[in-house]
Write a new protein. Structure first.
Length: 320
């Protein structure tokens, strides 16, 4: 059946996307905070399997002429699942004629004359970065998917994955109670005491929400006379601080996507991943003229994964 809608590309948008497609793609998938802390996995369609090689202890033994091999290694698969999502928006440029912004348009009634395409797309991508950040950590896949589900309901975020690992008894919570300014440093010390000794000498990330980080900063400054957010680890007046007590390789990282969570997550560095579309899919952005209306949308895949959520590799407190 013939379609009564004119789907001619809006020239201004089409030109903008062709000129800045790479930048738009980069802002889409690398504009949220945690993208700087996680490893990207490009071109994921549905699922992608990451594999960890686990080498158990007891490899070296007293010498003997007899060869006795042992199975001291195992493979642990992790599934990075992405979900399809979309962003849809529209604008009717001629409606600006009745506002003070009408002076920005050329004379005449060109329905595609919208001088704010770059600014509008930039603001949309800024908001999408916020939603990607929140979903990365707080996402929880809906049991019964619906077309009205927001991004955070399409896949499980890191906090949900941690909770699932605890439920599966792969990961044991360390009992600390509610975090307050009075005991925040003691809670960090208690959790650090549980961290595997070998891991303490390696790069270690400690993820916390901003409310927890703010308590830490306030208590730290009162206790040591310096703000940990602005003092480098090698500063002489920083050597008596909580991070010095833990390890110079440990870093406490405030995460906006964790919201108001009181969960503290300690894990080896570079154990976070996110899956997304291939760079060849920069055509995610589509723009069309629908009579006087300009429609634009973006379809994309996205998902998050934390690996090694198990005792001996990850330490968490008992707060959600």
């Amino acid at each position: 059946m013939a379609n009564g809608i004119d789907f001619t590309d809006a020239a201004a948008y089409k030109a903008y996307v062709e000129d800045f497609a790479m930048q738009l793609f980069t802002r889409l998938f690398y504009g949220f905070r945690t993208s700087q802390l996680a490893t990207p996995v490009e071109g994921v369609k549905g699922r992608h399997i990451l594999t960890e090689l686990i080498v158990n202890s007891g490899l070296a033994k007293r010498w003997a002429a007899t060869f006795v091999g042992t199975a001291n290694t195992s493979y642990k698969p992790y599934t990075l699942t992405v979900a399809r999502n979309k962003v849809e928006h529209y604008v009717i440029p001629q409606e600006f004629e009745s506002t003070y912004l009408g002076m920005m348009r050329r004379s005449g009634q060109d329905p595609t004359d919208y001088p704010f395409e770059a600014y509008t797309l930039g603001k949309i991508l800024d908001q999408l970065a916020v939603e990607l950040e929140n979903a990365f950590w707080q996402g929880e896949a809906a049991v019964s998917p619906a077309s009205t589900d927001l991004l955070a309901a399409t896949f499980d975020g890191i906090l949900t994955q941690v909770a699932d690992a605890i439920t599966a008894t792969d990961l044991t919570e360390t009992s600390t109670g509610v975090i307050t300014e009075a005991d925040v440093l003691d809670q960090f010390r208690a959790l650090w005491a549980v961290v595997n000794t070998a891991q303490k000498n390696l790069g270690t990330d400690i993820f916390v929400s901003y409310p927890v980080y703010d308590l830490y900063r306030i208590k730290y400054k009162k206790t040591y006379g310096a703000d940990p957010a602005y003092v480098k680890i090698d500063n002489s007046n920083y050597e008596q601080g909580i991070r010095y007590e833990m390890s110079s390789t440990a870093q406490i990282i405030p995460i906006p996507g964790m919201g108001t969570s009181q969960r503290i997550i300690i894990m080896p560095r570079e154990r976070l991943f996110f899956g997304y579309d291939a760079l060849a899919d920069w055509g995610n952005f589509r723009f069309e003229q629908n009579h006087r209306q300009l429609d634009y949308w973006c379809d994309f895949n996205f998902g998050a994964l934390a690996v090694m959520l198990r005792d001996g590799a990850c330490v968490v407190n008992d707060q959600a």
